[in-house]
Design a protein around this ligand. Structure first.
Ligand code: FAD
Length: 408
């Protein structure tokens, strides 16, 4: 594997600098901003919210996207917030071990790549700071309602909800799973697809956990743990070097139609896991309130870019996946890295045809990989939620024989 080189920002004075407008300041939009700034272009990010911040709790950054972040010069800033688990453990729902994978072994195989866990707010802040340091302009309260392509195909204009219009050589839609820009690109409504699952997302302070020796080891020996059970699974890991503990419970979706996030009932949640590995009910007894998030996906989008070459898409807006491979954000960061790499090669004034060629290559590189992740996420849903029996035993046997996570 090639060594990790930190990219140097390209300086352009040959008329090849593009004005790029990114819609959405999530992890994907900010990643693309960094990559395209390093490629020497002018970047402005439009965010609908009044503040640029990230909601949610923990996030796992696998070695593939960790490598991308390092090439963007972020290793030092991220190390301040990263928790570095030693291994991932897969357990049956009663607490029996299925298999484990040591991250030290995989890091030895692929030097310089790490498996890091973050509080989302910290990862997001590091990306935002790096983007601003490289020259990104940020605009909040900027909800994009339309994108218009110029008749000569040289530019695209975004229209904000308040009627303001902004022109760019390239518009990148990074507006997440409920993407408006995807509908504009397709010219029709296209709601995300329900998966039948939802996620309870919990964040515990580790103070109480440390008083119980059985729970304390989760904090003192950071590892990622997955429990696989009938119709459900559970994931947990430590954040901020032991300050917080992240728990995600994946169960059948019972959120009323028309809503995506609702406040959960703690008693109902505990009842779902009462017969599991006794450490899970113990952990859940420490939780006072919880939210549940409906899990949706967005499989295969035929055309990621407009034929003009002035409008493209990335991240969850194109290929949102079940979080069962912990890879959705990783995929959106990789999208940005590929866009940056391709547009770093731009020399001289870029015609619509040249931009279109780069965007065709972008989709050619990214679509098979992101589609594989969406489909693997669906397969994991089936495999992780098997009831006890012969299929579950076969799953466990295969997991013991193959290192989990091989595919990425
Ligand atoms: P988003 O993060 O949704 O960002 C979109 C941004 O666009 C938002 O800021 C939004 O306000 C803005 N926006 C929306 N509409 C407009 C508009 N019209 N105009 C302007 N701005 C707009 N991934 C991992 O890699 N590892 C994990 O461990 C992991 N765990 C997960 C656990 C759960 C329970 C879930 C649900 C997901 C998980 N993911 C994980 C997936 C990851 O969270 C997403 O894939 C990632 O956040 C997508 O980033 P994005 O930038 O594409 O979209």
């Amino acid at each position: 594997m090639a060594p990790i080189n930190v990219k140097r920002q390209i300086h352009r004075d040959d008329g090849s600098k593009l004005k790029i407008l990114i819609v959405g300041a999530g992890l994907g939009g900010l990643g693309a901003a960094i990559a395209l700034l390093l490629a020497g272009h002018d970047v402005e990010v439009f965010e609908a919210a009044s503040e640029i911040a990230e909601v949610g709790a923990g996030i796992q950054i696998l070695p593939n996207s960790n490598r991308v972040l390092q090439t963007w010069g972020m290793k030092t800033s991220l190390e301040e917030y990263a928790t570095k688990p030693s291994q991932v453990n897969f357990l049956g729902w009663k607490g029996n071990s299925i298999t484990s994978m040591s991250f030290a072994e995989s890091a030895a195989q692929y030097p310089g790549t790490f498996y890091w866990d973050f509080h989302r707010a910290n990862l997001h802040k590091c990306l935002l700071e790096r983007a601003v340091e490289l020259g990104a302009k940020m605009k909040v309260n900027a909800r994009v309602s339309d994108v218009r392509i110029a008749e000569n195909w040289h530019t695209a204009t975004v229209v904000l909800q308040n009627g303001e219009e902004y022109q760019a050589d390239l518009v990148v839609g990074a507006d997440g799973i409920n993407s408006r820009l995807r509908e504009i690109m397709l010219g029709r409504e296209d709601p995300p697809i329900l998966t039948g699952d939802l996620a309870y997302r919990l964040l515990l302070s580790t103070k109480e956990m440390l008083k119980d020796p059985e729970l304390a080891t989760f904090v003192t020996e950071p590892q990622v743990n997955y429990w696989l059970g009938p119709d459900a699974h559970a994931v947990n890991y430590v954040l901020r070097g032991g300050e917080l503990f992240n728990i995600v419970l994946l169960v059948p979706d019972d959120i009323p139609k028309g809503q995506n996030i609702t406040e959960g009932n703690v008693e109902e949640m505990r009842a779902l896991y009462k017969d599991w590995d006794p450490r899970i009910p113990k952990l859940l007894s420490l939780c006072e309130s919880v939210y549940k998030w409906r899990l949706c996906i967005r499989p295969g989008m035929e055309q990621w870019s407009h034929p003009s070459g002035a409008f493209t898409m990335l991240g969850d807006a194109v290929h949102a996946t079940l979080p069962y491979l912990a890879s959705g954000a990783g995929m959106s960061l990789e999208d940005g890295a590929v866009l940056g790499e391709l547009f770093s090669r731009a020399r001289g004034k870029l015609s619509p045809a040249k931009k279109r060629r780069l965007l065709d290559i972008y989709q050619k590189i990214r679509a098979p990989r992101t589609e594989m992740v969406v489909q693997r996420g669906n397969l994991q849903q089936y495999l992780y939620h098997l009831h006890d029996g012969s299929e579950q035993q076969e799953r466990d046997r295969v997991m013991r024989a193959n290192e989990p996570g091989d595919a990425l």
